[in-house]
Design a protein around this ligand. Structure first.
Ligand code: NAD
Length: 430
């Protein structure tokens, strides 16, 4: 099938490449000309395991190409995915101006049937707006369908998530759209749930909000554990063995981040508000997440007292391992708070330092975790990269000025570290 993927970010680039891998002809479009130029010369603008090889393979096979000319891409494609960003506005609502812009361009250039599929995460009823926008400009009366196909991939394991998903959700209002999309996804071995467009849109927001709720729930439990002298790891294990609860997303830590959970939660709260429902539960989820980030700074202060003039070493900047994405990462808020308390910062992240330099220019970026430890008064772990789990802790202890570790991702065993002479604080641990 001939596909145009409009928006070549984390989602557009991965899904476009995977559709090409499945044998389709895919043109990935973006209005960021520099990004497209990079891609054309073989440079992948994001870090995602396995993506560079797959992009190269499909470009070589002439199934995948890149352009900044959206009109040309729409003209030659029968399925047009919209995968542009839907960032939050000041009030938390999703900014849909890019979705609208793209819909208008599609309407202006289409001369034959097009299936326009929303892949970006959007508020319920966006499909209706896309249809309305296209209809307004579709003076020639060209036949088209709108569908919703929310994306559930996770950065860091995006290719595998796309090719081996738990489910595929297709929101449609015509048999023709349903047939095209079920055919497109045929090579993927996963249940396909066909719904109306509004339900598909809500499934995405409801799923992300539910996962965020699970994280904030266990983070709230971690506070109870700390106060009561219990261990959140044991509590989570005991809860997770119950099949109705499940063990995933029960890891207490420094809070969730990334381009999905915080903004989707905010958008869903706003969607509910616009529909006349006060989604108090989700407001609490968001508050707990903010408190969790603040708690890290508090734990540092509780251990080293005044931060003015002290050096805090930070390991991990990306919102989770195996990605270079720092959008809404807890590290950003935590670094800001540490800096405003007067701390000097030394940081290391295997992939996310370049992006972080655009936000914090005057902190010290180190080449490895040991350089971070050298002369630091405390070491804070904010991302559970495997590399950090394998640290030579004897070396770490020697390099730190005071052997204080605040483990924001519970990657170490408290007892082991305390036996080694560290002052160790995890999240919700004894
Ligand atoms: P991104 O910012 O990485 O990519 C969006 C891309 O769209 C950018 O490259 C941008 O230049 C491009 N763009 C914006 N306006 C455009 C226009 N008018 N024409 C052409 N290109 C345009 O964002 P992302 O992480 O890929 O997310 C995209 C959507 O998918 C969002 O709605 C997000 O919530 C959703 N989503 C993201 C993830 C994830 O893990 N990142 C997972 C599932 C769903």
């Amino acid at each position: 099938m001939k596909i145009a993927m409009i928006g070549t970010g984390y989602v557009g680039l991965v899904t476009g490449t995977c559709f090409a891998e499945l044998g389709n002809n895919v043109i990935c479009v973006d209005n960021d000309i520099a990004k497209i130029e990079k891609l054309k010369s073989g440079i992948i603008p994001i870090y995602e395991p396995g993506l560079d090889e797959m992009v190269k393979k499909n470009c070589d096979a002439k199934r995948l190409s890149f352009t900044s000319d959206i009109k040309d891409a729409v003209k030659v494609s029968s399925i047009i995915f919209i995968a542009v960003g839907t960032p939050p506005k000041e009030n938390g609502e999703a900014d849909l101006s890019s979705v609208e812009k793209v819909s208008s361009i599609i309407a202006d250039v289409m001369t034959e049937y097009k299936l326009v599929v929303g892949k970006s995460t959007v508020p319920v009823n966006t499909g209706k707006w896309i249809k309305k926008t296209i209809n307004l400009r579709n003076t020639k009366g060209v036949n088209f369908d709108v569908a919703s196909n929310p994306e559930f991939l996770r950065e860091g394991s995006a290719i595998d998530d796309f090719l081996r998903p738990d489910r595929i959700v297709i929101g449609v209002e015509s048999e023709r759209a349903k047939n095209i999309l079920t055919e497109l996804y045929k090579p993927i071995d996963a249940p396909i749930l066909v719904t109306d467009i509004e339900s598909a849109e809500i499934i995405k927001h409801a799923s992300n909000s539910f996962l965020a709720t699970k994280i904030s729930f266990i983070n709230a439990i971690s506070v109870i554990c700390e106060r009561a002298g219990a261990d959140v790891i044991q509590v989570a294990e005991g809860m997770g063995l119950d099949k109705r609860i499940g063990k995933h997303f029960l890891n207490a830590g420094a809070g969730f981040g990334g381009f999905c959970f915080p903004k989707d939660l905010g958008a869903f709260i706003k969607i509910a508000e616009n529909l006349g429902y006060d989604f108090k539960l989700l407001k609490a989820v968001s508050e707990i997440n903010d408190e969790q980030k603040k708690a890290i700074v508090k734990k540092v202060k509780e251990n080293v007292w005044n931060l003015g003039g002290k050096t805090v070493g930070v390991l991990g900047l990306s919102f989770k391992p195996n990605t270079d994405d720092i959008r809404y990462a807890p590290s950003i808020d935590i670094l800001r708070d540490l800096i405003s308390e007067g701390a000097k910062i030394r940081v290391y992240d295997p992939k996310a330092m370049e992006r972080t330099k655009e936000i914090f220019s005057d902190i010290t970026y180190c080449d490895n975790p040991y350089e971070v430890c050298d002369g630091s008064d405390a070491l804070v772990i904010l991302t559970e990269w495997d590399e950090f789990k394998k640290l030579d802790l004897k070396k770490v202890k020697k390099l730190l000025r005071t052997a204080v570790i605040i483990d924001g991702r519970n990657i170490f065993e408290p007892e082991t570290l305390r036996k080694m002479g560290f002052v160790y604080t995890g999240i919700g641990r004894k």
